[in-house]
Design a protein around this ligand. Structure first.
Ligand code: NI
Ligand code: MN
Length: 228
């Protein structure tokens, strides 16, 4: 079983689970860090954590080109259907479902979720992908620090991607607390460096997390991958 997570900058990832490509928050057009184009990226599924433009991103165009189903909350799935997405699966917070690559589960996230045209986008989510051999990747979405990260950590997280950019989400200090609550085997920062408002020193953050938690911190460059 292979489970490889490639970062496309910001909150955009491709999780390759035994060759099945699961995109998360594929914001590529307008993402200055994106190492791939929306016209070329491979996708078998597309997961969207919340309605903001830097997360819905190119989901509609990629789904239309590849035929990849989308997986999101029900409000976003209705909106995607209205945009012409053929197979928009609507789940909701706390729910999970089995797919041919493994399990998808939507966690809470404290943020907002309005869609790019002002439509109501439901509640924001984080997402946990579990491979068939039980490895867990937790993408926190955009969120503030919240105490129930401890409960999510009790599931046994192998790899977590968490926002550290401040302004729109947790900043570095709260993200350090998040690592302490989640207790993942490995962690990487995301949602930083993309825009002027979210410039933070990821290397300094990584060093502090290593010293204070002992958790393995992975700093990926856009296009690089971590294998669980
Ligand atoms: Ni957001
Ligand atoms: Mn965002």
């Amino acid at each position: 079983m292979t489970f490889k997570v490639t970062w496309f900058g910001h909150a955009a990832f491709s999780a390759d689970m035994d060759g099945v490509k699961v995109l998360i928050d594929p914001f590529l057009v307008g993402n200055p860090l994106a190492p791939v184009s929306a016209n070329e990226v491979e996708a078998d599924y597309i997961i969207i954590t919340h309605g903001h433009g830097d997360h819905v991103g190119d989901s509609v165009a990629i789904s239309k080109r590849t035929g990849a189903p989308t997986i999101s909350n029900v409000e976003i799935s209705r909106w995607l259907s209205g945009q012409g997405v053929q197979d928009a699966k609507g789940m909701n917070t706390g729910g999970g479902g089995e797919f041919d690559f493994g399990r998808v589960e939507f966690t809470i996230a404290f943020h907002s979720s309005g869609l790019p045209d002002g439509s109501y986008g439901g509640m924001p989510n984080g997402v946990i992908l579990t491979s068939k051999d039980g490895k867990k990747f937790y993408h926190l979405g955009d969120t503030a620090l919240f105490g129930d990260m401890r409960l999510i950590g009790d599931k046994g997280i192998d790899f977590a991607a968490l926002p550290i950019g401040d302004w729109y989400t947790m900043g570095p200090q709260d993200a350090l607390r998040a690592v302490e609550l989640i207790r993942p085997k490995a962690v990487m920062p995301m949602h930083y460096g993309t825009f002027p408002a979210i410039q933070v020193d990821a290397a300094a953050w990584a060093e502090e997390v290593r010293q204070k938690t002992g958790v393995h911190v992975v700093i990926l460059k856009p296009g690089e991958a971590y294998e669980l």
